[in-house]
Ligand binder design. Structure first.
Ligand code: SLL
Length: 214
């Protein structure tokens, strides 16, 4: 590579949004032949473009590191779709490593996803509104930021648009502008409620202090 290809553009960042996580289903009568008898679920872990677009123009491979109870726990997916389907009985942390294309000259991006097999009862917000009742999912939206990309990588990246969030109303995507708006509204509502509660407690505290003075 010539010097210009590795030259970094100092004043710039370029972002790409991804969606990662897992879906899971209980194993019914139709068990895969290689599933051991103690396995209860089939699951799929994946890394995708936020609009399900091909992300292999900047991602070279994805490595999923499974729990050590699995044979060959380090699973490398060299081409899209970057996903892996397995069967098992337990939830665990999956280490996901995203390797970018050579030209990017970027470090490996390593993070964890908690493989979810069971529906949470009162846990945090889950993004499985549209899924059929017996499928569980735990899916996250994230944005990869490339700071000071090098020129060659940058020119490759700008050949494709990188939308942050699709604004579609069709409900085809798990993450959309609408959902973001709804979340912001919910947070606003929550803040109002907390403010009300603070006021109420303040009045109560003042009353108690007055009583104590008497
Ligand atoms: C748990 N800490 O106890 C977790 C570990 C391990 C999951 C979960 C079976 C793999 C295999 C499998 O599902 N391991 O035997 O092929 O819940």
């Amino acid at each position: 590579m010539g010097p210009s290809s590795t030259k970094r553009i100092k004043t710039l960042s370029i972002t790409r949004s991804i969606v990662y996580g897992n879906t899971a289903k209980k194993l019914g009568d139709l068990r895969p032949l290689n599933a051991s008898p103690e396995h209860t679920h089939t699951w799929t872990i994946f890394v995708r473009g936020s609009q399900d677009e091909d992300i292999s123009y900047f991602i070279k491979k994805v490595v999923f590191k499974l729990h050590e109870t699995y044979a060959n726990p380090v699973r490398t997916i060299e081409s899209p779709p970057f996903e892996l389907t397995e069967t098992g009985w337990g939830e665990f942390e999956i280490n996901i490593k995203i390797y970018f294309i050579e030209e990017a000259n970027e470090k490996v991006l390593s993070f964890y996803h908690h493989l979810r097999l069971h529906p949470y009862i009162d846990g945090s917000k889950v993004k499985d509104r549209k899924e059929s009742s017996d499928e569980v999912s735990s899916i996250y939206f994230d944005e990869i930021v490339f700071n000071e990309p090098n020129e060659m990588f940058f020119s490759k990246m700008i050949e494709r648009p990188g939308n942050l969030l699709p604004s579609n109303k069709s409900g085809k995507f798990v993450f959309s502008k609408q959902l973001e708006r709804e979340e912001i509204d919910l947070i606003g509502f929550g803040i109002l409620e907390v403010d009300k509660e603070i006021k109420r407690l303040r009045v109560k505290l003042e009353e108690k202090l007055k009583q104590a003075e008497q």
